[in-house]
Write a protein of this length. Sequence first.
Length: 370
Amino acid sequence: MRIERAELRVVSIPLIHPFETSFGRESEKTCLLLRLDCEGAVGWGECVAMSGPWYSEETTGTARLVLAEHILPLVLGRDFDTGDDVCRALARVRGNRMAQAALETACLDALARSQSVSLAQLLGGVRTEIESGVSIGIQESPEALVRNVERELSAGYKRIKIKIKPGADHEYVRAVRREFPHVPLMVDANSAYTLADADRLAELDHFALMMIEQPLAHDDVLDHSILAGRIKTPICLDESVHSAEDARKALDLEACRVVNIKSGRLGGLTESVRTHDLCLKRATPVWCGGMLETNIGRAANVALSSLPGFTLPGDVAASARYFEHDVALPNFELTLGGTIAVPEGPGSGVEVDTRRLDQVTLLREEFTAG
Ligand code: OSB
Ligand code: MG
């Protein structure tokens, strides 16, 4: 399957609820969307880099530049039959994993469509539905958080993740636990603490949390392994795992007992599957993280979550939590059982709504081979 043409768009879509983490607050989703035309098959990929370098080094701007000047010239006019082929073509590219992932995901979507299989099937998925959890941003008060949790539980979500930071941690977690003693609950610090906070983090052990996600620095594994010896709550790594090799080293160091898999952070779906396979072999549960994706990225997350090692509910929630009008349809909906159905049709299972896409596009560029 030859990549004949690429179209890159910068889009900005208002979020229904602003999302606050320890690194800042987002009211709009700004991202890059990539369309590939491959001998009659079309594939889409979403680049999850944020508007600024807050979650990772990459931004919408750096990803646009790297795709336009370095990645697309490596692949335009070339033939691909598997995700491994795409990885080989990009082997010279260091870092810039979210940009790489957008390209690879679009290739796999086009490949799946050309073979009339679902993206989930192409990746080796086995589930027809995935368990869905929610990630709730930092709220203005513990009471506001409790109201939020209540709403999500009555919508049917089975697992709640709350964002924490120093000054917005114990009080918030305690308030939620008091109201909901048995709900599967976890916290995500997005690197807001250091080892000096170990005693304070150990106090979270009283709240029977499923795990604490990325308490320490975004580029650390060693301190996480030291912290793991000082707290009982299992540690899950997000920011500091960029490859299956990183996951292996983290597990060897006992820096975590759970891994959050995000295809953008790992450079694509193929590396995500490799990371999943490694964790499965080492009896380490994984779950699929989220980056407030549009339905294009959400569809890829749903497909990935259908693999057998995704045994914990992820941050892949229904579309209605994020945008009034998404750029691709149909929306993902929560079933009565708190799950999301894995699309069975060819490719990712969503189709881009071109009129809506045009409304939210800030910039559009086209690339062809040669
Ligand atoms: O750390 O998991 C994270 C969103 C943006 C950046 C980082 C993270 C998140 C989320 C949101 O937690 C998950 C979602 O898409 O709902
Ligand atoms: Mg996280």
